[in-house]
Ligand binder design. Structure first.
Ligand SMILES: Cc1cc2nc3c(=O)[nH]c(=O)nc-3n(C[C@H](O)[C@H](O)[C@H](O)COP(=O)(O)O)c2cc1C
Length: 221
């Protein structure tokens, strides 16, 4: 795809636990033939390091991203084959980046996972980094914004921020796996949440088994 026709999804990875959710969403977008503009917050480098052992470097982002996306939720390297050619990376501190302007063409933005700090920043319009600025731009342009918040329990302040995001038109999507789709492995639970994020974005995928109206229908026995 040449650059003139490129209309990516912005994917923001903030510093909440749940980097496997981000990996599954990114793989899902790429599998669906979507292009991606990726913003990895400074704090999310700590969660990525903690959860995968990968030190994400702006200068080597393609190698680090490929290593990350090829890893399963159980930590096993090389579980997936991933071509990151459709991904463009923007440094979190780059406030002159494309997604910081409403005139830059994008389909919308998915924040996966979203920290409560990120939720607060977007709800209040702080734009403290590119991730938050891109989210504010997404709202002001009336584009799809999906916020996969990950924290528990939630305090009243965060709940109020989530209501503000809902009222501003965002889809608030707690990273909350369900068990009706027949999960037997961690990856199944991760893929359920990632699949619901892609559902909210209207992107086709086969990440989880949908409810078909039959109790116990997904059980193996
Ligand atoms: C290992 C680790 C796990 C964390 N998990 C969460 C979490 O699940 N939810 C959350 O809201 N914050 C979590 N935090 C705290 C955020 O990283 C912190 O609030 C940070 O300021 C978020 O910044 P960001 O939104 O710019 O990425 C975690 C931090 C670390 C180091």
């Amino acid at each position: 795809m040449n650059d003139a026709n490129r209309t990516p999804w912005v994917v923001g990875v903030s510093g909440a636990s749940g980097t496997p959710y981000a990996a599954a969403v990114l793989r899902g977008l790429l599998d669906a033939g979507e292009s991606v503009d990726l913003v990895v917050s400074r704090a999310s480098r700590l969660t990525l390091l903690d959860e995968t052992g990968i030190a994400f470097r702006d200068g080597h982002w393609q190698d680090d991203l490929r290593t990350w996306l090829e890893r399963g939720a159980d930590g096993k390297p090389g579980t997936f084959r991933v071509d990151v050619g459709a991904v463009r990376h923007w440094a979190a501190g780059d406030l002159a980046a494309g997604p910081s302007s409403g005139s830059y063409p994008v389909k919308g933005m998915l924040i996966v996972p979203a920290s409560t700090a990120c939720v607060a920043g977007v709800a209040l319009g702080l734009s403290k980094d590119l991730l938050q600025r891109a989210a504010s731009v997404t709202l002001k342009e009336r584009r799809r914004l999906v916020v996969a918040v990950r924290e528990t329990p939630l305090n009243g302040q965060t709940l109020r921020h989530l209501v503000a995001l809902d009222e501003a038109g965002a889809v608030v999507l707690p990273a909350s796996p369900a068990f009706y789709a027949g999960a037997t492995h961690i990856q199944d639970l991760v893929d359920f949440v990632a699949g619901r994020v892609l559902d909210a974005a209207g992107v086709a995928h086969g990440l989880y088994r949908r409810w078909e109206g039959e109790l116990g229908g997904s059980r193996a026995d």
